[in-house]
Structures are given as C-alpha cells and as structure tokens.
Design a protein around this ligand. Structure first.
Ligand code: ADP
Ligand code: MG
Length: 621
C-alpha cells in the first residue's frame, strides 16, 4: 500500500469491493436514487448537529446555518452536495466509507451478487446508500470536517475500484462536501431541472433547506404534526419514501395522535414487501423517535417490540426530554409505555383493517403473517390481540378463502368444545389423509395450518377463548357425540377383536407400541398416531431428526373394526396366515404413508406384486 505523509491509499473492505463492483458495472434504470441517498446522508448529519446544538451548548459556537446546498456544473459535468452537518473525523471516514459493519448490508450485497442487480434501488434500506454515488460518477471526492473542535479537515477520493485515498485538507468548515464527476452517460444529473424533479419525488420531507444552484427548492413540513384530514395520500407516500429511503409505496398507513395515556403523534407504514420472506436478512428497526420535531434517535430499537420491526415511520412525543441519551431511553419506563401504546394501537388498527378492507388485510397476512406468528410465540402481552389476527384455510370454506379463530368459534356446533385443526404441507394432502374422515362424517369444521409455525403456536397456547385447540391427528382424540348421527356399520365381536389385536401385534412387533380400536375412522381400515404427542409439522420434523439419529419411534396403530378389509383379514388369518401377514404389513405401510411417513418402498413394491399375483390368480380360477 502506498503511504506518504500527505496521502494514504487504502483498500476497501471485501464487502465494499463486492458492492462497488456491482454498482460500477451494472446498468440501471433507476440510478437517480443516488441523489436521494446523498441528500438523506446530509439530512442525517444535520439532524445530529441540530440535536447536539440543542443539548450541548458548548459546541454551538460556529454559527453555520443548518442546510444542504447542491451545486451543478453542466459544463464540467459535476454534481456537488454540501452540508453543514456533523462531518466526519479521519477514523469515521475510514469506518463509514470504507467498511461494512451491519450483517443486514452483507446479506443485501450477497443477494445483489446472486444475479439480483436490479434490486440495487433498495440500496438505501440496507445501510450502504453512499456507494450509490458510483452509479453516476466515475470519481467521487469527499471533503469533511467534524464538528469536534480539535479535529482537522480530510479529503477522501475514490474511483470506485479497489481502493481510496485519504489525506489532510486545509480550509474546510464544519460539515461535508461531496463532489461527483459524472460519467459520460450520466450528465443529466448536472441539469438543475432534473435534480429538482428528483428532489420533489424523494426528498420533499427533508427538514432542512435544500438549495440547487442557489435556489431554495423545498418547504419544510413535519407531516406527522399536521391534521390527518389535511394530508393527501400522495403526501403520505412521499413521506414514506423519504423516511424509509424506500422506492415502493406503503401497503398500509397508520397515523394516530393521542394525549392520553401519553402525548404521542405517530405515522407508521407497512411496506409493500416483506424482504425477510426472500431471505434478505432481518428488518432493521425502521421508526425514528422525535421530540417536538427534533430527531432524538434514528431507527430506534426500543420503540416497538421486535415483531413489529417491519414498520417504518416516525413517533414524536413531547414527553421525551430532548437531552435523553440512547442508553437512558433504552429500557426506561417511558420506552416501555410508548411501546405498549404503539403496539396496542397498531394492532387495533390491523383489526379494523381486517374488517373494513378484508382483501388488503389478507394481502398483509400473506406477506407479513410471520411477524404476527412471531409475536404470538414470543410476546404474551399481546397474545390474544395477535391470535385474532391469524388466518387459516378451513374445511368449510373454498380453497384459497381464509378464516379467523373467532369466525370458526361462531360456526361451532352446539356440543362442540374444541377448535380442530390439521397441519399438512398442503390442503389436498390433509384432505386425502385418514385424519379428516371422522370430521367429515360428523360435519365438524377443521382448520388447515399450512405453516409449521402455526402448529407450534397452537401446541404452545393450548386453547383460545376457552376452547381447546385440538390437532385432528392427536393421539388421544375424543370426538364429541353429536345428535342425529347416522347408524354405523356392524363391528367384529369383542372377543374376535382381542384375538385380532394380539395377532397383529405379533406380526408388527416393535414397530407399534399399542394397537387399539379406532373411533375416528370411517373409510380407512387403519391409521397410525404418534405417541410422543407431536402433531402435524412437528411430528414430521421429529421424524426427520430421528431418522438422522437412527432412532425408531414405535407408533400407535388404530384399527377400524367396522371396515370390510379388516373383517376379511380376520377371516384370512385363520385360513392362510402367511398371506394374512403380508396383507397386514401392507395395511400398516399404507397407514404410515397416509400419515406422511417415509417407508422402505423397495420392500413394499415386491410385496404388492405378490398381493397382485394372488388377486389375479383368484380371478382366473
Ligand atoms: P447509512 O446512511 O444507512 O448509514 P450510507 O452508506 O448512506 O449508510 O452512509 C454511511 C455512513 O457514512 C453514514 O452512516 C454516516 O455515518 C456517514 N456519512 C455519509 N454521508 C455523510 C455526511 N454527509 N455527513 C456525515 N456523515 C456521513
Ligand atoms: Mg444513507
């Protein structure tokens, strides 16, 4: 590495190199976002400065106005942005514009480099917005000086390749000046008309004056302090784009103001998309905390519970002292009061949405339902509110239609005390399996929980509004006796049943722990149940682990003694025991298959050939 007393050349961190490689070499339709990113960084630096001025009187000596200036030079093809924010020290320069610390940013870069370059316009949401400058420029200079009095000015230069240089720079006042030497095909960004248009689109809510070639281009408005009635949908969208560095439109907007139990003014947005679904890492907290329009903390972690981390927006409460530090806010009684009020009100808003705009709510549930589930599983304070928001398919509804637990309860039969559900990879599989038979027979509604997390949640909570949550493949299932049921088929006599069970136990040996009479079966001869008490998705997960570990878990086998096949098998075992054993093995394997277990298919195939041969021989005779 070159090192002289004046100028030092340094390598970018590995992830930055990877990112720059993509930024420099890809073609984009949306590279105007770099303007938004640089303005947003200046705005952040100015917010920090304003806060320091208010809280630390001793550093407010320099009377520089807090503002952003953009200077455009068409002739030389340059774009310059200047702010009077907090600036950066040498160490901060190296750390902020040379390395990547957040795991979220790393995930994002990984995602981009896997052929998803077009998602580059999301750059501002992943903590690496500065590097978007290299979409439009082939060389970037950063001149900066920290607000800290003893600090000197620094100059940082890079062409977006492997390295950058850093050196001392004289005659700089507090703040940051960034010079972009525009690429030949990006000269449009030295045109004031173009830049003003971009600012209008993304940066309308920057709370500091922005000048373009000396002309003031924005008016300052703190949207959340305005009366709801006076705010248009477009203004909300514009504000969302500003506050979330977002490119999309919000799926939902929630604005509320209250005086009691705490004075609060909040605008919260649900984004269009849930990036966690695509493995893009976890959402970083996205709500900023203000007190009387002064930014106290960006992306405040303590303001909302973790399961609401997908929300973007602002919360302003005049009850927060201006000089509160991050540390003293964290874990404070005030923070927990705010969190309670905000979560409670937001969940109420979701319930109202579910009623008023069902389709919109279902879209929300499909995209963001995992956060609701996470809340149920981890936050007992809001469990009941969250459970009301869950949605499921149901045996009583057409495929694709969803219902809530409350709606299920409203449809329950008179003598029914439990909410029945089944977890299966798909509705078709659940319907085809043996577990649904008795429920169909008794016309009882069953919810389909496709997500294994639902199964986990139902196991965890056990009941809802006093109704037990019962998985239909549960081992000790007891179905209610309903009035007006149809008479049943004749059963094998008691003593025959006992004899048959003993015989079958001898055939299947260790593989079954208990063989008993089934009360749930109508169409199938047999069903297997899991004695560990796991149901559905959990049961399959446990089986996978057990197979890995070589553990064999014996099953409970329930037999339908009204079924023709079982009755015939009972007769056959007395006449031709060898063949009866083969048939019994096959019935057991079929039951395992129907329950979603994996079995040794090679054994089964040769066995089926033998059975077929017998069946055909019988026909030909
Ligand atoms: P983010 O803004 O999400 O942190 P960026 O890549 O946009 O990510 O910026 C990285 C960091 O560089 C900022 O967090 C900030 O510390 C620093 N920075 C960038 N621009 C400025 C600026 N104009 N003034 C002061 N610091 C800045
Ligand atoms: Mg930024």
């Amino acid at each position: 590495m070159e090192k002289s007393p004046q100028r030092e050349t340094r390598d970018f961190g590995a992830e930055v190199k990877q990112l720059l490689n993509i930024v420099v070499n890809s073609l984009y339709s949306d590279r105007e976002v770099f303007v938004r990113e640089l303005i947003s960084n200046s705005s952040d630096a100015l917010e920090k400065m304003r806060y320091l001025k208010l809280t630390k009187k001793e550093i407010a000596d320099e009377e520089l106005p807090l503002e952003i200036k953009i200077e455009l030079d068409k002739e030389n093809g340059t774009f310059v942005i200047v702010d009077t924010g907090v600036g950066m020290t040498r160490d901060e320069l190296i750390e902020n514009l040379g390395t990547i610390a957040y795991s979220g940013s790393k995930k994002f870069i990984e995602h981009l480099s896997q052929g998803n370059e077009r998602d580059i316009n999301l750059i501002g949401q992943f903590g690496v917005g500065f590097y978007s400058a290299f979409m439009a420029a082939d060389k970037v200079e950063v001149y900066t000086r920290s607000y800290k009095r003893e600090e000197e000015g620094w100059k940082w230069v890079s062409c977006g390749s492997e390295t950058y240089t850093i050196e001392k720079s004289e005659g700089i006042t507090r703040g940051t000046r960034i010079v972009l030497y525009l690429k030949d095909d990006a000269k449009e960004f030295s045109d004031p008309h173009r830049i003003k248009e971009i600012i209008k689109k993304y940066s309308g809510f920057v709370p500091f004056p922005i000048f373009v070639n000396g002309e003031r281009v924005n008016t300052i408005k703190a949207l959340w302090t305005k009366n709801k009635k006076d705010i248009t949908k477009e203004e909300y969208t514009e504000f969302y784009k500003y506050i979330a560095n977002a490119y999309d439109e919000p799926m939902m907007t929630f604005h509320f103001a209250a005086d009691a139990p705490i004075a609060i003014n909040a605008v919260l947005f649900v984004p269009e998309e849930n990036y966690e679904r695509f493995g893009l890492g976890k959402f970083e907290p996205g709500v900023n905390l203000y007190s009387q329009k002064v930014l106290i903390q960006q992306k405040c972690e303590d303001l909302l519970p973790k399961w609401l981390r997908f929300l973007k927006g602002v919360v302003d409460s005049e009850e927060i002292p201006l000089n509160i530090s991050r540390e003293s806010f964290q874990g404070s009684a005030l923070a927990s009061r705010l969190r309670k009020v905000l979560s409670g009100r937001f969940l109420k808003f979701l319930r109202e949405q579910a009623e008023k705009e069902e389709n919109k709510y279902i879209e929300f549930w499909k995209k963001f339902g995992n956060f609701i589930r996470e809340g149920v599983a981890t936050d007992s304070d809001f469990r009941d509110d969250l459970l009301q928001l869950m949605r499921f398919e149901s045996s009583k509804l057409d495929p694709g239609k969803l219902t809530s637990l409350d709606d299920y309860i409203s449809r329950m039969k008179k003598d029914q005390n439990s909410i029945y559900y089944i977890n299966a990879p798909s509705r078709e599989l659940a319907d085809a399996g043996p577990y649904m038979e008795a429920f169909r027979g008794k016309d009882l509604e069953v919810l389909y929980t496709e997500d294994a997390a639902d199964d986990y949640i139902f196991n965890l909570i056990g009941e809802y509004k006093g109704k037990k949550l019962v998985s239909v493949d549960q081992e000790n299932l007891e179905l209610p006796e309903l009035r007006g049921e149809t008479p049943e088929e004749e059963m094998l006599p008691e003593d025959e049943i006992e004899e048959f069970k003993n015989w079958l136990k001898g055939v299947l040996g260790e593989r079954v722990s208990i063989i008993r009479e089934s009360k749930r079966l109508v169409e199938s001869p047999a069903v297997v149940l899991n004695p560990e008490g796991f149901t559905g998705g959990l049961q399959r997960a446990v089986q996978a682990i057990n197979r890995e570990l070589g553990i064999k878990s014996p099953k409970i086998l329930e037999i339908n003694f009204r079924h023709g096949l079982i009755k015939k098998l009972n007769t056959l075992r007395k006449k031709d025991e060898r063949f009866a054993k083969i048939a019994a093995e096959q019935i057991f394997d079929n039951a395992l298959l129907a329950a979603g277990y994996l079995i040794d298919t090679s054994v089964m195939v040769s066995r089926i050939y033998e059975i077929l041969e017998r069946a055909m021989a019988f026909q030909i005779q």
